[in-house]
Design a protein around this ligand. Structure first.
Ligand SMILES: C[S@@+](CC[C@H](N)C(=O)[O-])C[C@H]1O[C@@H](n2cnc3c(N)ncnc32)[C@H](O)[C@@H]1O
Length: 269
């Protein structure tokens, strides 16, 4: 996940370049960090000089490879979902970058599939709590967004929907609160729900385990499970939750060569 905040050094003798970027560990070097800052400044400058209508298009000049990789990842994932009935659930929304991407992909691939609802779950106040399984890497409250952001995101996603047909049918939902409670409750109160795709991006153990347990009975053979932090030293809780709920041996995980910790599996029952 891209992060534009200033980096803070951590002492790691084996890997002196390891940095904590807000809640996320990064190994980008000083030049990369400097380019990030330069792009950020150019971004502000461009906004004031680019034409009113083409600004969004021309901003691609500042789109980094890492962000493009992320977009292409979800492009590939979305194609796998197409033959599968049901909704897309994203566990961990933060600023909504992935939800916005998924909304656009739905508009591109299946603009008339109004049953392809996209639902995002988040506290919008950062990690609710961390567990022993997360070791010492994560802290409660990390990944928080500005107060009330979910309302702004609702508006943003509505506008993305308006750029595709049948936008009078709202096809997304944001569920605020601790996922350990909201996810099982949401699934229970929607007895019709089939899950075509579940994206696990809480990073940490407890809500990931709660979400995997809750979605399992609603998967069909072919449902796509996406994990954002598997095999990641700094977020061991996600791998632990997967091992406990499903078992690594029962899934054929496919990694993304451009996103080292991101993988997906097609559920086979
Ligand atoms: C890495 S961010 C998600 C990034 C997002 N998927 C994207 O692609 O931009 C992780 C999110 O999980 C949320 N989260 C962690 N624990 C949670 C919990 N128990 N309940 C709800 N949300 C939680 C955090 O608030 C944070 O916004």
């Amino acid at each position: 996940m891209p992060d534009t905040k200033q980096s803070k050094s951590t002492s790691d003798d084996k890997n002196p370049s390891l940095h904590l970027l807000r809640a996320e560990y990064s190994q980008r070097n000083e030049r990369e960090a400097a380019i990030d800052t330069e792009f950020r400044e150019l971004n502000k400058e461009f906004l004031s000089i680019l034409g009113d209508r083409a600004w969004n298009w021309d901003m691609q000049v500042l789109l980094k490879r890492q962000v493009l990789s992320r977009l292409l990842h979800y492009y590939e994932v979305y194609k796998l979902i197409l033959p599968v009935p049901g909704v897309i659930l994203e566990f961990g929304v933060q600023w909504g970058a992935t939800l916005a991407t998924l909304t656009s992909l739905r508009g591109m691939f299946e603009p008339y599939n109004h049953a392809r609802k996209i639902v995002g779950f988040d506290t919008f106040e950062g990690f609710a709590s961390v567990s022993d399984q997360d070791l010492d890497f994560s802290k409660s409250g990390q990944y928080t967004v500005e107060a009330g952001y979910e309302k702004k995101l609702d508006l943003i996603l509505s506008m993305h929907e308006e750029l595709a047909p049948i936008s009078h049918i709202k096809k997304f939902e944001l569920i605020k609160g601790d996922a350990c409670e909201t996810v099982p409750r949401y699934i229970q109160s929607n007895p019709h729900l089939i899950i075509a795709c579940a994206i696990f991006d809480f990073d940490i153990y407890k809500p990931t385990k709660a979400a995997i347990d809750a979605v399992l009975p609603r998967l069909t053979k072919g449902s796509v499970l996406v994990f954002d932090e598997l095999n990641c030293k700094h977020f061991p809780g996600e791998t632990q939750a997967l091992i406990e709920c499903l078992g690594l041996n029962n899934l054929r995980l496919i990694c993304n060569p451009h996103q080292p910790y991101t993988s997906y599996a097609i559920y086979e029952g």
